[in-house]
Design a protein around this ligand. Structure first.
Ligand SMILES: *[C@@H]1O[C@H](CO)[C@@H](O)[C@H](O)[C@H]1NC(C)=O
Ligand SMILES: *[C@@H]1O[C@H](CO)[C@@H](O)[C@H](O)[C@H]1NC(C)=O
Ligand SMILES: *[C@@H]1O[C@H](CO)[C@@H](O)[C@H](O)[C@H]1NC(C)=O
Ligand SMILES: *[C@@H]1O[C@H](CO)[C@@H](O)[C@H](O)[C@H]1NC(C)=O
Ligand SMILES: *[C@@H]1O[C@H](CO)[C@@H](O)[C@H](O)[C@H]1NC(C)=O
Ligand SMILES: *[C@@H]1O[C@H](CO)[C@@H](O)[C@H](O)[C@H]1NC(C)=O
Ligand SMILES: *[C@@H]1O[C@H](CO)[C@@H](O)[C@H](O)[C@H]1NC(C)=O
Ligand SMILES: *[C@@H]1O[C@H](CO)[C@@H](O)[C@H](O)[C@H]1NC(C)=O
Length: 406
């Protein structure tokens, strides 16, 4: 047979084709990566990569995107449980843009929160949030997220153990979604949820039994403690011995050291008492505050009061979040992992840092009557610590949801 094409040309043709194919493949991979997704032929669109738990995707690294179609996930007035420190509309906030932000991770999409799916997953189970008022806000957000999906006659709220434990029970599913108040995780003289000292409490950094016995058998546990440790004095009244016996030893211990001691007590407890085959464990990283407007370039002695926009600067960190405390949490969790117990660190610090618009500021119930002096200066009584609902804690829970199913 005659050769139609000389072999040298054929070879170069073959290699050109191979080259073009290689370029095409690389381009497809590049665009898929750029778009954080895959090309969906059924819709002819770049669809979200649903593999949210893949190694390449850090759900905590991303940006806020305005989305008034899907957000808020519920309405404040529908969630009758909302507490005074989290309800803003009720106390007169007019600009409601803060409710319309979706968290968009850089490389993938967040799984859509589906209350029915969560309730089904939690059937016959207990989910317990343990910690301070920030964690209570997150618990409340979770309650609001599932609230519309439980018929009124089939749910109830219970207070037990001197109100330390609040339980939402959904009878149909036999699900309990609970919050346990222990602002320092370990024992302290601030364990009464309605009547406690802040700042400058006394902590028993080596004792946790009184609290832990109420949550050890839970199926999903979410912990968090931070703000109570960072008082102005940078140290903590620490007690060895008991409050009752009167012969304990008091000492002021540096903030970092006492935090480390408390987390050690907490992790030792978990290691011994948690059923690894049953419980899923999470630790919420520190929740940032926005108490000094100087930090985002204003020079008016202001704070989060009247802030309606978020901070744009990627990677912004305020000085209210202490990276050394984050490292102690990481080290504690790493050590637990070496001892065979997994706790997932929910790194919500960075994404919350941007949201100076998300605090209640003056739109909350005031615990004490305000003086005229205060009224004249709203920044003086602005709450720049807690978050309003619907809002930032809903996203913490969407992230939690993604990890519960991963
Ligand atoms: C995503 O996960 C599915 C099922 O596990 C798998 O078939 C697919 O290849 C994964 N896609 C990517 C981009 O990893
Ligand atoms: C938390 O997430 C931010 C943003 O992705 C990242 O810069 C930071 O290193 C993370 N911290 C930890 C302890 O994982
Ligand atoms: C969403 O916001 C856009 C731009 O601000 C506005 O035009 C639109 O009417 C809003 N949609 C809803 C449902 O509020
Ligand atoms: C939630 O999940 C249920 C059960 O899988 C499904 O029927 C429902 O459509 C989902 N809801 C949304 C809003 O995706
Ligand atoms: C209901 O849930 C609890 C855990 O909250 C569990 O101990 C109990 O066995 C469940 N009841 C039934 C009937 O499954
Ligand atoms: C409730 O508080 C009282 C007074 O502080 C205490 O005596 C009692 O033991 C507490 N009860 C429980 C269940 O913790
Ligand atoms: C946990 O599960 C493993 C494997 O199924 C089993 O070998 C082990 O005994 C279980 N541990 C406990 C404490 O139930
Ligand atoms: C943070 O910075 C502000 C002003 O720049 C300062 O007033 C405040 O004391 C600082 N806070 C901490 C915890 O360092």
């Amino acid at each position: 047979m005659a050769k139609l094409v000389p072999s040298t040309i054929r070879h170069s043709l073959q290699s050109s084709v191979a080259f073009l194919i290689a370029v095409f493949v690389i381009a497809v991979i590049y665009f898929a990566w750029k778009n954080g997704g895959l090309y969906d032929t059924s819709t002819s669109k770049w669809s979200a990569d649903q593999n949210y738990s893949s190694e390449s995707c850090n759900l905590f690294s991303g940006k806020w995107v305005f989305d008034n179609e899907s957000y808020p996930l519920y309405r404040e007035e529908e969630c009758t449980f909302v507490y005074d420190e989290n309800a803003c509309q009720m106390f007169g906030r007019k600009d409601l843009n803060y409710q319309h932000w979706r968290w968009q991770p850089h490389r993938c999409n967040l799984k859509r929160f589906n209350a029915t799916v969560l309730l089904e997953r939690l059937r016959n189970k207990r989910m317990v949030f343990v910690g301070d008022s920030l964690i209570r806000g997150q618990w409340l957000s979770m309650v609001c997220l599932v609230n519309n999906f439980i018929p009124p006659a089939l749910k109830s709220m219970h207070y037990s153990f001197n109100n330390s434990l609040i339980t939402l029970k959904a009878q149909e599913y036999n699900v309990s979604i609970e919050f346990y108040w222990s602002p320092l995780l370990v024992e302290s003289n601030s364990d009464d949820p309605w009547n406690h000292r802040f700042p400058d409490p006394i902590v028993r950094a080596q004792t946790i039994y009184k609290h832990a016995r109420h949550w050890t058998d839970a199926d999903i546990l979410i912990f968090g403690t931070y703000l109570w440790w960072i008082g102005p004095s940078k140290s903590m009244n620490t007690l060895w011995g008991s409050f009752e016996s009167g012969n304990g030893i008091f000492k002021r211990v540096g903030m970092l050291r006492s935090y480390e001691m408390a987390l050690k007590t907490w992790s030792d407890w978990l290691e011994i008492h948690i059923d690894r085959n049953k419980s899923q464990l999470f630790f919420m990283s520190m929740s940032p505050t926005h108490k000094w407007a100087e930090e985002w370039g204003k020079s008016n002695n202001g704070n989060c009061y009247d802030e309606q926009e978020m901070i744009e600067e990627e990677g912004y960190r305020g000085n209210g979040t202490d990276p050394r405390m984050m490292r102690i949490v990481e080290d504690t969790i790493d050590e637990l992992k070496r001892r065979g117990l997994q706790v997932k660190l929910m790194n919500i610090t960075q994404l919350s840092e941007y949201r100076k618009d998300g605090h209640p500021s003056i739109y909350r119930k005031q615990l004490r009557a305000l003086t005229e002096e205060q009224l004249a200066k709203p920044t003086s009584y602005s709450d720049c610590i807690h978050w309003w609902l619907p809002g930032v804690p809903d996203v913490w829970n969407e992230l939690l949801y993604a990890h519960i199913f991963s």
